[in-house]
Write a protein that binds this ligand. Structure first.
Ligand SMILES: Nc1ncnc2c1ncn2[C@@H]1O[C@H](COP(=O)(O)OP(=O)(O)O)[C@@H](O)[C@H]1O
Ligand SMILES: [Mg+2]
Length: 236
């Protein structure tokens, strides 16, 4: 099962000469970034360096005002009310805060997302929830309420929710930020495992250098208002 010949695989994220703003404040300039199908990439940088702003641009929470950008087949300049939900359906988004609906069970949380994204067939919904919970190691937790789960388990539910619609790219904004080191490793390894299994790309923002050292992968850095791609530097 050699999956290492990704040289010719499809680019699923491409930014060219992009400029990232928060309101009128320039956060990042000259952003050139390409990520291919199935690639796992860290996005690092100090607090305030622009990681979240960059990720928000990818899922259309911030508009791309300058430069060009294409994410999972969508041109960031062609987004509108109608196709933004379609873009987000092809992305899996994972935040630091778990953002689960606390008044319903794990199963109901996933059910809510599937219904909100157009699923109607009860049997298919049930099947998808069961297999997704299984894939994150929570097969027996469907009936639990979020508060009955540990932080790591809650983040697994969030990952399951992000995977429901088989995204091509997972955008994870400091997903281990609220977890202890051991649980952080577990979540990181789970995401890397699932990404490999499904050939899903992951852009994983973190300022936890311990994770980078323990589990090396390609690194993109936000520094001094720019994005530096370590891989590109190696090629130069
Ligand atoms: N909603 C906002 N409105 C205005 N400025 C913001 C907003 N969010 C973040 N910023 C500013 O944008 C810059 C980058 O922040 P952010 O993208 O959140 O960095 P990081 O995720 O790396 O900590 C910071 O200077 C921050 O103060
Ligand atoms: Mg941030």
């Amino acid at each position: 099962m050699s999956n290492s010949t990704t040289i010719s695989s499809e680019t699923i994220l491409s930014l060219q000469n992009a400029v990232i703003y928060q309101d009128t404040n320039l956060v990042l300039r000259n952003v050139d970034l390409q990520i291919r199908q199935g690639e796992f990439v860290y996005l690092i940088g100090k607090t305030g360096s622009g990681k979240s702003s960059l990720l928000k641009t990818l899922y259309a929470a911030l508009p791309l005002k300058e430069g060009s950008g294409k994410v999972v087949g969508f041109d960031l300049h062609q987004l509108n009310r109608r196709n933004i939900p379609l873009l987000r359906r092809r992305l899996g988004i994972v935040f630091q805060d778990f953002n689960l609906l606390n008044d319903r069970s794990v199963y109901q949380n996933l059910n809510f997302t599937l219904k909100a994204t157009g699923w109607t067939n009860k049997q298919l919904i049930e099947q998808r929830i069961t297999e997704t919970l299984h894939s994150v190691g929570l097969a027996d937790k469907g009936q639990k309420m979020p508060h009955q789960l540990s932080g790591g388990e809650q983040q697994r539910v969030v990952i399951a929710r992000a995977l429901l619609n088989t995204p091509q790219l997972i955008v994870a904004d400091e997903p281990t930020g609220n977890l202890d080191p051991e649980t952080s490793d577990e979540i990181l390894l789970l995401m890397r495992h699932l990404a490999k299994l499904n050939n899903t790309a992951v852009l994983f923002a973190t300022h936890d250098y311990r994770i980078l050292e323990n589990f090396p992968a390609r690194i993109i850095r936000c520094i001094d208002g720019r994005v530096v791609d370590d891989q590109a530097m190696e090629i130069i």
